[in-house]
Design a protein around this ligand. Structure first.
Ligand SMILES: Cc1ncc(COP(=O)(O)O)c(C=O)c1O
Length: 464
């Protein structure tokens, strides 16, 4: 196989199959480039003379290859505008490529699944302004490979201030590690736990399967804790698990806050056994009714790893998260991070730092909190008297308990309207001893502003 580079505005890498004849090889390579979209429709190809020079072959060979592809309809040749990739050569996306673009979520007319914020609420103008300032001020070294595996110090400092002020986290910039979202942080911690020969990790009986899978893939066994009205039953934490993953501020998905007694039990367990508490504070900013529930990490920064994310407060597409680790854990976490070399861009880190520093993050969270609170109130009003609503003091989702025996028909009615809904049981750990509860987890943050009212109407139409 000979490989050649041709330069015409942009470089095109062509694999010319050896032994097939130069012309046939060139025809096939160009056809493949047009078919796959590597050569976009309308792209102007180099003249046959300069292309021949680039490839080190006879000009006639190139001219004949072009002529063949024009005849097949892949290229067009017009006097004065040269040879171009034909418009009809627009590539078809394969089914596999389509799956990769949307791994988890197919589009529904109405979507009330939990997990995403209102993406239409992303603060584009304020983010752009922060990005402009961040880029203007960025030192040249910011464009190089990261010098510090913890991530940009500017963002670590901004987060330390914000987390201490807004979430009661004991945060020192030296002990903050920036990650590509919570999932990345959890993956790193799972690796650290395995390296410490931990085998079992306790998780909440209701939780996200993707997070359980991350732990399992790292070689850890997940052991479910029962979740009740006071949160996860931390007094039941077994002595032999090496860590526990909790959502103390707003249990996902039941929405209850871990009570002070359960918090104390978790910390006691960690102190007596030497185990770690992994605190997932995924939507701590969005609390409506009571005083904010502070982070558990403040109780014992040596035993609790605090994990935060921009996925709810800003957008999951940013892939930005952070963890605050104890000094004893830092080296191991950085060793794990260094190996994966998987994190968010330095420019995004600098932008978020500026976004927090200038107060735009607080303003955005306040604005979104109002928006989500209004939706929550509308949801509660729309379903009142028909189903019991819980988990509404915070976050972007609520739990609707259905009358016994009605869940299947509600799901059928939802499907009929192309309304995406999820049940509480979908979040249950397969080994959890949980009561039979027919309930829906309704993500009221997900729809866009214009889609919210119709989605709510579709939901109420599906309820018994
Ligand atoms: C319980 C929980 N934890 C964490 C996250 C955030 O994950 P990530 O930062 O990987 O997007 C989410 C987001 O949906 C969540 O629901």
């Amino acid at each position: 196989m000979t490989q050649s580079w041709a330069t015409f505005g942009a470089d095109l890498h062509l694999d010319l199959a050896a032994g097939r004849g130069l012309r046939a090889g060139l025809v096939e390579a160009l056809r493949e480039a047009a078919r796959s979209g590597r050569l976009a429709p309308g792209t102007r190809l180099p003249s046959s003379r300069s292309f021949a020079v680039d490839l080190g072959i006879a000009r006639n060979t190139v001219a004949e290859a072009y002529a063949e592809l024009v005849a097949e309809g892949w290229l067009t040749a017009r006097q004065g505008s040269g040879t171009r990739v034909a418009e009809r050569a627009r590539p078809r996306r394969s089914a596999a490529a389509a799956r990769v673009r949307h791994p988890a979520r197919r589009g529904f007319t109405y979507d009330l699944r939990a997990g995403a914020p209102d993406l239409g609420g992303f603060p584009r103008a304020a983010w752009l302004a922060a990005a402009r300032r961040a880029l203007t001020d960025a030192p040249n070294e910011a464009f190089g490979y990261a010098a510090d595996a913890r991530g940009r110090v500017e963002l670590r400092e901004a987060l330390a201030g914000y987390l201490a002020r807004a979430r009661g986290v004991y945060a020192d910039p030296e002990r903050i590690v920036l990650c590509a979202g919570f999932a990345h942080a959890l993956t790193l911690l799972a690796g650290v736990l395995r390296a410490r020969r931990v085998r079992d990790v306790a998780v909440e009986g209701y939780g996200l399967d993707v997070h359980r899978e991350l732990l399992t893939r790292a070689g850890l066994r997940t052991r479910p804790l029962t979740v009740d009205a006071a949160g996860a039953r931390t007094p039941d934490l077994p002595g032999e698990v090496g860590a526990v993953l909790l959502t103390p501020a707003h249990q996902f998905p039941t929405g209850v806050a871990l009570t002070p007694a359960r918090r104390a039990a978790a910390v006691d367990w960690a102190r007596t056994t030497g185990g770690l508490i992994l605190e997932d504070d995924y939507d701590g900013e969005f609390r409506y009714d009571r005083q904010p529930v502070g982070a558990l990490q403040g109780l014992d920064p040596d035993r609790v790893v605090y994990l935060g994310t921009a996925s709810k407060s800003l957008a999951p597409g940013l892939r930005m998260g952070w963890m605050v680790v104890s000094p004893g854990l830092l080296e191991e976490v950085l060793a794990a991070k260094g190996r994966t070399d998987w994190t968010s861009s330095a420019l995004d880190q600098l932008t978020l730092a500026e976004f927090i520093r200038c107060g735009a993050y607080d303003r955005h969270v306040r604005g979104m909190r109002l928006r989500y609170r209004r939706r929550r109130d509308e949801l509660v009003a729309a379903v009142s008297g028909r189903v019991a609503v819980s988990g509404i003091a915070a976050g972007l989702h609520a739990v609707l308990d259905l009358p016994a025996g009605t869940q299947a028909s509600v799901l059928r009615a939802a499907a009929w309207q192309d309304l995406a809904l999820e049940t509480l049981s979908r979040y249950a750990h397969p080994e959890a001893a949980l009561p039979d509860r027919e309930a829906l987890v309704v993500g009221y943050g997900t729809p866009s502003t214009s889609a919210w009212s119709p989605a709510l109407t579709a939901l109420t139409a599906a309820l018994p």
